[in-house]
Write a protein that binds this ligand. Structure first.
Ligand code: NAD
Length: 285
């Protein structure tokens, strides 16, 4: 894979849009697919807003921004992934939905296209079971916000060929990211370390020891973290964060270390998903 590789991105949400921005910034043609046309509209307008801010701050020129937008094709036709040499999926964190999408992608792409998932918590082996050629599939886990976060976890599955892992790593390195190889285990490296960070903060809150603002303040002012756990969960989205915790909990055979929180579940049920819905632990309206 090189600069001429067309990049396919499945899912134009938070992560898919961010990854599209990165790939296009590094001059790749990008096909950004989403099943929902409304989501494509908000992906495009969100991206335009972010890039226009870069012009205002004199970090990019109008020509650069126009180039990034022109190289991205927004589509709701999955068959548009046909010319892609590398396809990364960033749709809802649901195994059956991901498997279904991958078996459809394989109908359109060439035999030598590399396929990847941005899953945070599902096993690479389980997603790969939907593929005819699981040896060309692996996990490529970006962090939010993808254009800013340097680290990317590269997760070969049980069937992934070594040359596929190496080619993917060098592609992602060429996007000026720092890659780290991780084994196909629940939460990989970062999300596994992060579970107790969120989980203990939620338990401290649920036990009435301190409120979210106090916990966030302590972690930032005293602990040296850039964001407190509640601010971070509000940024990530409680729907996404809760699902990841639930999945890691199940995958570790219900180990109580990873037990999800009722307080967070109630936020998800009430649609208080964090920044993206205007309210989570904090009110952004
Ligand atoms: P999101 O909800 O912002 O976006 C998901 C997108 O997928 C939406 O645009 C939705 O319309 C689309 N979609 C849903 N089902 C689809 C289908 N069947 N076919 C095509 N499109 C479909 O979610 P996100 O936060 O971008 O997360 C996407 C993936 O990335 C998940 O696997 C998540 O675990 C992982 N991830 C998320 C973060 C994060 O902080 N948000 C970080 C790393 C990895």
């Amino acid at each position: 894979m090189d600069k001429n590789t067309v990049i396919g991105i499945i899912g134009a949400g938070t992560m898919g849009t961010g990854i599209a921005q990165i790939a296009s910034t590094f001059n790749h043609e990008v096909i950004l697919y989403d099943a929902y046309p409304d989501q494509l509209d908000s992906s495009r307008s969100g991206l335009e807003k972010i890039l226009n801010r870069q012009i205002e701050k004199e970090r990019m020129t109008r020509e650069q921004v126009d180039g990034i937008l022109e190289r991205i094709t927004f589509t709701n036709e999955l068959s548009s992934v046909k010319p892609c040499g590398f396809v990364i999926e960033a749709i809802v964190e649901d195994l059956e939905v991901k498997k279904n999408v991958f078996s459809n992608i394989e109908k359109f792409v060439d035999r030598d296209a590399v396929l990847a998932s941005n899953t945070s918590s599902l096993s690479i082996a389980s997603i790969s079971s939907a593929l005819n050629y699981p040896n060309r599939f692996l996990g490529v886990h970006f962090f939010n916000p993808a254009p800013l976060m340097k680290l990317v976890e590269i997760i070969p599955g049980i069937s992934t060929e070594e040359n596929i892992t190496a080619a993917t790593r060098s592609l992602i390195d060429s996007w000026e990211k720092v890659t780290v190889a991780a084994k196909d285990t629940p939460g990989f490296i970062v999300n596994r370390v992060a579970r107790p960070f969120y989980g203990e903060a939620l338990r401290i809150y649920e036990e009435g020891i301190a409120d979210p603002a106090t916990i966030d303040w302590a972690m930032k002012e005293l602990g040296g973290f850039r964001m407190g756990p509640f601010e971070l969960m509000d940024l990530i989205g409680h729907d996404v964060n809760y699902k990841v915790t639930e999945s890691v909990f199940k995958e570790f055979y219900y180990d109580p270390r990873f037990k999800p929180s009722f307080a967070q579940k109630r936020l998800v049920e009430a649609g208080r998903l964090g920044k993206k819905s205007g309210i989570g632990f904090y009110d952004y309206r």
